[in-house]
Design a protein around this ligand. Structure first.
Ligand SMILES: [Zn+2]
Length: 307
């Protein structure tokens, strides 16, 4: 079963290898592993934790583009690039955190779009000039410049990612954005209580606006008990969210630890293991049609409409 992964920290692995003098990292290190896991469509996120400046942001984004080009990997830049029958590895550049935008918000987010990014979150867990992440002041949400950036993203059809936003920022974004938004890598708080998972109320609001929720395979987001941190139990989040808001709002956003060297050892930490999640969905009783929706069709439909 083909899969579209909405969140992958590929800039981190690309940078680690390129700093070692390697090139075409996506081709040489990851391509065959994507194919093995049938993870054909992947986000390629440039990640910024809070202290990076604008020059660093631009450099990292350019590096990701260079590696995609050197690797000969197909890239999604327009709706026309979305082809469900295309069975080759395809990348969609995304931004996780925009701390480098400390001024000129509208111009700089436009630069990010023109540089190829089609999904972006305004913050990681940090609190920055645009928004407030999970580690920031709970009473602080979007800033006025953050609201301008949301409107500009709407105008450009750049998709807004609310994973990592604190609750106040989440609600500010839902109020400000005219377009539906995506939580690229967040699970259900009711199934696993960590800050970054979403409350039922958040998921209902996100779904009512037409958004998507990408299932996150990071161990601590799946289950409190280590033994239950696996693909089978991630599928239980998909079941819970489908029952709550509808299967049409569920997607994949694995945030695989393999891309950044996380110390995780369950059965869903790397792209070649992606089909374990499909088997988990089967065990949860999803039909083949529903599994296709969760695996990639919901994302295709969303991007075809809103990109
Ligand atoms: Zn993240």
């Amino acid at each position: 079963m083909r899969i579209f992964d909405l969140h992958a920290d590929l800039a981190m692995t690309i940078k680690a290898h390129r700093d070692n003098g390697e090139k075409a990292v996506l081709r040489n290190v990851w391509h065959d592993r994507f194919m093995e896991g049938e993870l054909l469509y992947t986000a390629a996120a440039s990640f910024f934790r809070g202290e990076e400046d604008w020059e660093y942001m631009q450099d990292l984004v350019r590096m990701v583009q260079t590696d995609i080009d050197e690797s000969g990997i197909k890239q999604i830049l327009t709706k026309e690039d979305l082809d469900e029958n295309d069975l080759q590895v395809t990348a969609l550049m995304t931004i996780e955190g925009m701390c480098g935008i400390d001024k000129d918000g509208v111009e700089r987010v436009e630069w990010l779009y023109k540089a190829g990014n089609r999904i972006g979150s305004l913050c990681w867990n940090d609190q920055n000039a645009l928004a407030t992440g999970n580690w920031g002041d709970p009473g602080r949400g979007l800033t006025p410049m953050g609201k301008d950036v949301i409107r500009k993203m709407n105008d450009m059809h750049m998709i807004i990612d609310v994973s990592h936003a604190n609750e106040k920022t989440f609600w500010d974004i839902l109020e400000t954005s005219e377009q539906p938004v995506i939580a690229t890598h967040s699970n259900a708080k009711a199934k696993c209580f960590v800050e970054r998972n979403l409350t039922d109320q958040q998921m209902r609001a996100l779904a009512a606006k037409g958004g998507l929720i990408g299932m996150n395979a990071c161990n601590s987001f799946i289950h409190r008990k280590e033994k239950k941190q696996d693909a089978r139990h991630l599928a239980k989040h998909a079941r819970y969210i489908s029952n709550l808001v509808g299967v049409e709002h569920v997607a994949c956003g694995f945030d695989f630890g393999a891309y950044y060297g996380a110390d995780e050892h369950h059965d869903l930490v790397s792209p070649e293991q992606a089909q374990n999640f499909i088997r988990g969905l089967e065990a949860e009783g999803f039909s083949e049609d529903e599994i296709k929706d969760i695996a990639y069709r919901n994302v295709f439909r969303f991007l075809k409409q809103y990109m």
